[in-house]
Write a protein that binds this ligand. Structure first.
Ligand code: DX5
Ligand code: ZN
Length: 219
């Protein structure tokens, strides 16, 4: 099995969004990563439901919606309607995380939890069997194009141990500063979903950039 690649639309050209969506359709990428920021949970505002629905209209691959927002429960159904197939909520934004995860699943979506760089993976031990994926933030959420935090490798290894210990089938997603220089090491540590924004869209040849990080996952 190879890595699941989810290019982050945050780094696309919003004035040529359909062109960029079609580029991803024609590439080896697997999902569209859709970053939703509310200017409250994170210090930036990206785009919201209508843009997500517009992407969905042209996308031929699943939409992975990363909710960097307060009170995510309030918007889960709306994002499902806007085309989300996978939804991740932030650990730090959910008082009743278990309930939020159940709601995502009841909507028929795959459920993920995203954790900020300062949040230890051990906090997920009691909910790990419920999660389809964990998104380990390898930058502080809010902006594309930031520097990858090296501590991430340890977090991936620790989370992999928690997953194995609990016989869970949770996949590990990495988000922030991912490129062809850290992809191998991340996959070796246990990651299988790579989100990449500026590395893909900032590349002269985005399709071959995607191919470079679509790598074999060791069994
Ligand atoms: C950061 C977002 C990321 C971001 C990744 O808050 O969640 O998905 O778009 O962008 P790069 O790959 O440029 O760090
Ligand atoms: Zn993201």
């Amino acid at each position: 099995m190879k890595t699941i690649i989810a290019p982050s639309v945050l780094a696309a050209d919003f004035a040529n969004l359909q062109r960029d969506v079609e580029m991803i359709n024609d590439s080896q990428a697997d999902w569209f990563h859709i970053d939703i920021m509310d200017g409250a949970f994170v210090p930036n505002i990206s785009f919201g439901l209508p843009v997500c629905a517009a992407i969905h209209k042209h996308a031929q691959k699943p939409l992975d919606v990363h909710l960097m927002i307060e009170n995510p429960d309030q918007y889960l159904e709306a994002f499902k309607k806007a085309g989300a197939e996978l939804i991740s909520v932030h650990y730090e934004a959910c008082t009743h995380l278990h309930r939020s995860i159940q709601k995502i699943k009841e909507l028929g979506c795959k459920a993920g939890v995203a954790i900020n760089p300062h949040t230890p993976v051990s906090l997920l031990e009691d909910i790990i069997t419920e999660l389809d994926y964990v998104c380990i933030m390898s930058v502080n959420p809010g902006f594309g194009g930031q520097k990858f935090i090296e501590k991430t490798y340890d977090k991936v290894r620790d989370l992999k141990n928690i997953i194995d210990r609990n016989n869970a089938h949770t996949l590990i997603q990495i988000d922030g500063g991912v490129d062809d220089k850290n992809a191998d090491k991340l996959v070796e540590a246990g990651a299988s979903i790579l989100v990449a924004g500026s590395y893909v869209f900032g590349n002269e040849d985005p399709k071959s950039a995607i191919e470079k990080i679509k790598i074999e996952i060791p069994q």
